[in-house]
Design a protein. Structure first.
Length: 308
């Protein structure tokens, strides 16, 4: 009997620990997800042209270049898959604005933080093979080179520029007349261009996210304090941002370029709620704790910046 009572006591002490361990395991994924929250930068792909010899022929239609559009679509898909960007349409922007006006709506566009300009600089394909008495082998190879540069829209400076090469191949074999025989595989072009672009995407992501995300005041009065941006850019309730004054601009005599100096931190803004129907009209209500009075009459002098 004593042994049974002792066993029940041990089990009763062990159960809370197991429940506690279970609770800790459940809470961990939520914490990791919060830490991985990314504030999305607004990125536009200005153009993606075909600068290869194929595009210089007399009968080549540069206005409807399939290879350039193919590269643009591949780059857009890879940037979107990263989940770190708010992509803006530029290649078909005129068509979108015309359709908007036909529907009687007011057309508005969103400005980008960064613009990507790219081109296919090399493209080639070749067939190689081996013929033996009882067998043959044929290999199709496509090689492509892609060049891209990333421009900071606020300054016009190229902050990243590089070129990468990609290749793809397909081999078919026959033996005693049995085996695969294929003409040129058009998907090899997609794979070669995709491989080249893939080598540059990670560097573009790093360059864009190196600089702190920033936004601006929309309103600052007794009815509420609003900043531009909302849920589509990754803003959520409880986030805290630094409120800074804009740094003064000085001219670099060596390059002739105007440089914006770092501003001074004057307070913090905590997000209370988000609103807006579209990315262009999104806003967030914030609560500001300032080290010095914020000038509501001079809101353009302040920047709301990601705290890093």
């Amino acid at each position: 009997m004593k042994r049974l009572i002792l066993l029940a006591l041990i089990l009763s002490l062990a159960l809370p620990s197991a429940a506690q361990r279970k609770t800790e395991i459940v809470e961990t994924p939520t914490q990791v997800q919060d830490e991985g929250m990314v504030l999305k930068r607004k990125v536009a792909i200005g153009r993606f042209s075909n600068e290869t010899q194929y595009a210089k022929g007399i009968f080549y239609d540069r206005e409807n270049d399939p290879m350039g559009k193919q590269a643009l679509d591949i780059l857009s898909a890879k940037l979107a898959a990263s989940g770190k960007f708010f992509l803006l349409e530029r290649s078909d922007l005129q068509s979108l604005l015309e359709e908007c006006q036909k529907g009687g709506n007011v057309a508005s566009t969103l400005g980008a933080d960064y613009m990507i300009i790219g081109s296919i600089t090399e493209y080639g394909r070749k067939n190689t093979g081996k013929n033996r008495v009882f067998s043959s082998e044929k290999t199709q190879t496509v090689e492509a080179a892609v060049s891209m540069r990333l421009v900071d829209v606020s300054t016009g400076l190229i902050i990243y520029s590089d070129e990468a090469k990609g290749s793809a191949e397909l081999t078919t074999k026959t033996k005693l007349g049995v085996g695969g025989q294929a003409g040129f595989d058009a998907t090899l072009s997609d794979k070669a261009i995709s491989e080249a672009i893939g080598q540059l995407v990670e560097n573009i992501i790093n360059k864009c996210t190196n600089s702190p995300w920033k936004t601006y005041f929309l309103s600052y009065d007794a009815d509420g304090i609003l900043i531009a941006g909302g849920k589509s850019q990754g803003i959520k309730e409880g986030m805290t941002f630094a409120v800074k004054t804009k740094g003064k601009k000085v001219k670099n005599p060596q390059t002739g370029i105007m440089i914006t100096l770092p501003g001074k931190k004057v307070g913090e803004a905590k997000v209370l709620s988000c609103g807006g129907d579209t990315p262009e009209t999104e806003y967030s209500f914030v609560e500001v704790s300032a080290q010095e009075p914020i000038s509501a009459a001079n809101m353009a002098n302040y920047i709301i910046e990601e705290a890093k």
